[in-house]
Design a protein around this ligand. Structure first.
Ligand code: NAD
Ligand code: IPM
Ligand code: MN
Length: 325
């Protein structure tokens, strides 16, 4: 896949179904004619089991040096003192915007999730009788995620700010900051409490266009949204900062189906398409998405979608459809 003077993409296949879906994404990138140098980096539970370390400082440097990262999924080691490696990468690379598009035949909305603060602050006191996690909302953090969401909403219909400011007073700052950014940019905007948003995602998902929310709400609502459009295995994401970017399916390492060859690779393929878009190759990204849609429409579906295809069958169908588009 390499080409002279080409960009460097760090590939973290990870654990469980991570390597299965990344293999598929790489095959589709290859089929689409993507040219870059791949730097494979072993990070995650398998690495931790072998070496006692899930990610080294050198790995982190390699991730920073590459143009961007394609990430499968990693498992969290069963150690109470262990902190998520993915969260460390997001923080160290300041990947503050987690963009999660959801599309199906009749739905099309995007969850924009703040990715570095909120209840993921890492400020915790864990005791035997009492434990605390500090929820951090800053004006700077709210402003920059609101700007990212407004960039998307300005090209679409509207922005909905999802919050819980009736109970969490830290969310008053988030809500007010997002409102001000939207007003300043002339973006049509409304807001909704997160519990009502969870309900509306199921009963009236068409009402949403671009949603902006804090870290944990975005995590939970995006898995719910994946259920609404049909499967966690269909959904992709871009974790964007100012200097770095990481692309990953929104699902985890799915230990219950790992090694069976039935993982849905579409989320990983779509993440690779988002990466191509970000790398300035919109035509390849468009072809990859079109090939996915056509493969699905022709019945290339894994069991999570009610089909009986394996990961390799779906991959083959997508690659074959690339020739048409
Ligand atoms: P999960 O997303 O791995 O799986 C939830 C359910 O969805 C499972 O039933 C699984 O089989 C199904 N599923 C997920 N992806 C699928 C796919 N591509 N095709 C078909 N079915 C799919 O969540 P979990 O089971 O709660 O977590 C497992 C591990 O993954 C944990 O260690 C968790 O910390 C980790 N995790 C990692 C990431 C990441 O690396 N980005 C994200 C979420 C969870
Ligand atoms: C996600 C995942 C991560 C999160 C975990 C694995 C740390 O669930 O990317 O949605 O909570 O952000
Ligand atoms: Mn999640």
């Amino acid at each position: 896949m390499s080409g002279a003077g080409s960009k460097k993409v760090a590939v973290v296949a990870g654990d469980g179904i991570g390597p299965e879906v990344i293999e598929s994404a790489l095959a589709v990138l290859d089929g689409a004619g993507a040219k870059f140098e791949l730097i494979h980096v072993e990070i995650g539970l398998a690495r931790w089991k072998k070496t006692g370390l899930a990610m080294s400082e050198e790995d982190l440097e390699t991730l920073k040096e590459c143009d961007c990262i394609l990430f499968g999924a990693i498992s969290t080691p069963p150690d109470p003192n262990y902190k998520s490696v993915l969260l460390r990468i997001r923080k160290e690379l300041d990947l503050y915007a987690n963009i999660r598009p959801f599309q199906s035949q009749d739905l099309d909305f995007i969850i924009v999730r703040e990715n570095t603060e909120g209840l993921y602050s890492g400020l915790e006191e864990v005791g035997v009788e009492e434990s605390h996690t500090m929820r951090v909302i800053t004006r700077r953090g709210s402003e920059r995620i609101a700007k990212k969401a407004c960039e998307l909403a300005a090209r679409r219909k509207k922005l909905t700010i999802i919050h819980k400011s009736n109970v969490l007073k830290s969310d008053c700052l988030f809500l007010e900051t997002c409102r001000a950014v939207a007003a300043g940019r002339g973006v049509l905007c409304d807001d909704m409490l997160v519990d009502a948003a969870a309900y509306n995602l199921v009963v009236n998902p068409q009402r949403f266009d671009v949603l902006v929310t804090t870290n944990l709400f975005g995590d939970i609502l995006s898995d719910e949204a994946a259920g609404v459009i049909g499967s966690l295995g269909l959904c992709a994401s871009a974790n964007l900062g100012t200097d770095h970017a990481l692309f990953e399916p929104i699902h985890g390492s799915a230990p219950d189906i790992a090694g069976k060859g039935v993982a849905n690779p579409v989320g990983a393929i779509r993440s690779a398409a988002m990466m191509m878009q970000w790398l300035g190759e919109p035509e390849k990204a468009r072809r990859m998405e079109a090939a996915v849609q056509r493969a699905l429409a022709c019945g290339a579906k894994t069991p999570d979608l009610g089909g009986d295809c394996g990961t390799a069958d779906v991959t083959k169908a997508v690659v074959e459809n690339l020739r048409i588009f």
